[in-house]
Design a protein around this ligand. Sequence first.
Ligand code: AHG
Ligand code: MN
Ligand code: MN
Ligand code: MN
Length: 322
Amino acid sequence: MQRLHESLIQQGLTSELQQLILTLAECGVEISRLVRGGALAGVLGVAETENVQGETQKKLDIIANDLIKQKLAANPLVKGIASEEETEVVAANGNGQYLVCFDPLDGSSNIDINSLVGTIFSVLPAPEGEVNEQAFMQPGTRQNCACYMLYGPATVMAMTTGQGTRMYSLDPDSDEFILVEERVEVPAETGEFAINMSNQRFWQAPMQRYIADLVQGKEGPRGRNFNMRWIAAMVGDVHRVLSRGGLFTYPQDTKNPTKPFKLRLMYEANPMSFLVEQAGGKASTGYERIMEIQPDQIHQRVAVILGSKDEVDTCLRYHSEG
Ligand code: AHG
Ligand code: MN
Ligand code: MN
Ligand code: MN
């Protein structure tokens, strides 16, 4: 049995990166406790506020955000933070060497139905000089670490520092993350996909054709049946992909003409792409590798197609055909 801190030592990470990851894990332990408390912890329901994305915030969005902000600010290694729930990036410790982007609570709409939610982190190296939005504008290939915590029947953490993807499970007795899978591998082929089908009429032509062929099953050009799963929390859907393969997508749509994409590059798409690629999967917008996008805004959104490599490649072929 290997505890998180032992596994970080074994990976040969710098003591700075080890310490930072332990702080991220602590955030996960505390949010996990709050989530488990549910109505009794007074964390359910909506707040009166709206975030920069135009979403009504849930109480837990704000509680998790404040908790992470405090923990990160107290770690001298953190120079700046960016969060889904913060309009601007926030400066932390001048001498810190890391920038941390996070989605404090992913899957907010699941909170009140007692379904899956999680937290997503992306760690970037901090450049010299001031902490401003520009400092964060680094492609996902520069990430030092990506991880998510999923507050499911068990609380788990998937983590990568670029040496494969590891899975940990939270021991509820000791409040410690224990390594449960040293090398997560996403199978190249899959018979499972995840997409919000209610947006079908708003997708672009390539996604329309790809999904239409999948749902035709055995009788269609794919010659086999596919199964559909949708958790409505990216952490849940990506966790399924890491656990048994699959294709997860949130494609471009025209439902809201001012918002063609749903998922945010810096604290959703990039960290999840890193975790999936490090487990042998693939992550693309349909036209380019997500982690190679040069960002220009902290809250920018992208199309996401990720998961089992061969199935992502098949989906990309529909895109290259226009
Ligand atoms: P968040 O709760 O952090 O705002 O993110 C929600 C995202 C993502 O987790 C999920 O894949 C997607 O929204 C769900 O979208 P639908 O509302 O279309 O199901
Ligand atoms: Mn949100
Ligand atoms: Mn999210
Ligand atoms: Mn969120």
